[in-house]
Design a protein around this ligand. Structure first.
Ligand SMILES: [Fe+2]
Ligand SMILES: [Fe+2]
Length: 470
């Protein structure tokens, strides 16, 4: 079951040959996907040989095979984690009943919307990042960017498979729409705001992969709990790919920080202006980028109080990430204490699940900060990087539009507006970071604002030529 068929036009482990109609429909979508990739994927690198990993099985160990591939030749396919025998619904009002192999009629439109919303973010991020290759800080980083891009392309395949296989004509139409909306497009933008901002510098890419891909991880984890078994299995395999994206974010930010610490030591200063003049990024600026990306990613979890997420949970469509770690899986009796601008409020737990998810996401975000702060401490500096308060700079929910500082304190509007450029990147900060973005494409060489990684890819040295440009 877990081995992947590569002999076919569309690599898969879902026995696509056994369903001719589905196979034909997906083979019809495939050239459109490739057209999209060529016009909206990484600009100007379609002919480069990239050292990529490709899935060969969905087992936890040894799912990947590495080799030089031109990106348009990447074998995008359909891979589901192996089924769990006798799996039952793990939460909600139908807890304990067998999981569904087909979509129940009454949940059809909700499930379709969940899949489309997830699916829309995958190609969106490829579009957002399409110009970044021009300013890569090293070939190692360039390769990692492209690895992420092809995997986000595969995640689109994963969602399109579900739409085609389980949602009939509307599913096929939605699959077309996933290729016709574009990030930042004035007429047909991507569904979620965060996915319509171009990512034009690598510090933002590392923040995006640290914070926004981690939101993706939490969404996938909650969908992996779903009673709709094909969705669960699809998301379980996507999570194994997603881990690499967050690795790029965490190690990327760690390397930027390490480089600033080196420059601080070399110049014996913690003056941001001197650090910048030396071509590194000061810790204060890094903090601003963390504030910006953390706060915009927090919005992706939605309103604190949500009847939709309550219904999705009660009906078994979407659970909590790592549902099995909780004692109560029905939540009809529980309450949640919610912090609002009016004070603490007790609300039914079922309605507060977006907030529950946001809290566990923030805990996960803390892990990298602890690591980076240890680096800073070891270097003998007292500054500590922090996550902004969840109420900072929110655009949806109870705190939307309120003048709250990164410590969570409610201010008056004019103070907030005056201070904002000290908390998130100002025009000047962005211009400075942009000024550092110059392509470094000699094997083993790193841009001056980032330290080399501890190790290369798949036991190869850091100096390996991970992308061969032609
Ligand atoms: Fe993804
Ligand atoms: Fe990702």
């Amino acid at each position: 079951m877990s081995s992947v068929t590569y002999a076919e036009k569309i690599p898969n482990n879902v026995n696509l040959v056994g369903d001719r109609t589905l196979q034909r429909a997906l083979e019809h979508w495939q050239p459109r996907f490739l057209d999209w990739w060529k016009s909206m994927g990484p600009a100007d690198f379609q002919g480069a040989d990239v050292y990529l990993r490709t899935a060969i099985s969905v087992d936890a160990d040894g799912w990947a095979q590495y080799g030089a591939v031109k990106m348009p030749d990447y074998r995008w396919g359909i891979f589901l984690a192996d089924p769990v025998a006798n799996r039952t619904i793990g939460f909600g009002d139908q807890m304990g009943a067998p999981v569904w192999q087909q979509v129940p009629g009454e949940y059809r439109s909700t499930l379709r919307r969940l899949i489309v919303t997830q699916g829309d973010t995958e190609p969106a991020s490829v579009e957002q990042q399409r110009m970044l290759g021009h300013t890569c800080p090293s070939l190692y980083d360039l390769r990692n960017l492209f690895q992420i891009n092809v995997e986000e392309g595969r995640h689109l395949w994963a969602m399109v498979y579900l739409l085609h296989a389980y949602f009939g004509r509307d599913g096929r139409e939605e699959a077309e729409e996933l290729l016709s909306r574009h990030s930042g497009d004035a007429d047909k933008p991507r569904i979620l705001t965060t996915f319509n901002e171009p990512i034009s510098d690598w510090l933002s890419l590392y923040c995006f992969t640290y914070f926004t891909d981690r939101d993706g991880k939490y969404q996938l984890k909650s969908l992996a709990e779903s009673a709709f078994d094909p969705l669960s299995r699809t998301c379980r395999f996507m999570l194994t790919e997603e881990a690499h994206h967050m690795f790029v974010g965490e190690t990327g930010l760690g390397r930027v920080i390490r480089r600033s610490l080196e420059v601080m030591k070399e110049l014996n200063t913690d003056d941001p202006a001197k650090i910048r003049a030396h071509g590194a990024i000061d810790l204060q600026t890094i903090q601003k980028y963390l504030n910006f990306w953390c706060s915009s990613s927090l919005d992706l979890f939605g309103n604190e109080i949500s009847s939709n997420s309550a219904a999705n949970f009660a009906n078994g469509l979407k659970g909590r990430p790592d549902e099995s770690q909780y004692d109560d899986h029905v939540l009809r009796e529980k309450t949640f204490s919610l912090r609002t601008p009016q004070g603490e409020e007790s609300v039914p737990m079922l309605n507060a699940l977006n907030e529950v998810m946001r809290e566990s996401y923030l805990k996960d975000c803390e892990i990298g900060l602890k690591r980076w702060n240890r680096q800073i401490e070891r270097a003998g500096h007292s500054l500590r990087l922090t996550l902004p308060a969840p109420s900072f700079r929110r655009t949806i929910g109870a705190w939307a539009g309120l003048p709250v500082d990164p410590q969570g304190k409610l201010l008056d509007k004019s103070t907030y507006e005056r201070m904002l450029h000290e908390w998130i990147p100002s025009e000047g900060d962005r211009a400075f970071v942009h000024s550092l973005m110059k392509r470094v494409a000699e094997p083993g060489k790193m841009a001056g604002w980032i330290a080399p990684p501890d190790r290369g890819i798949n036991n190869l040295p850091v100096e390996y030529e991970y992308v061969k440009l032609h």
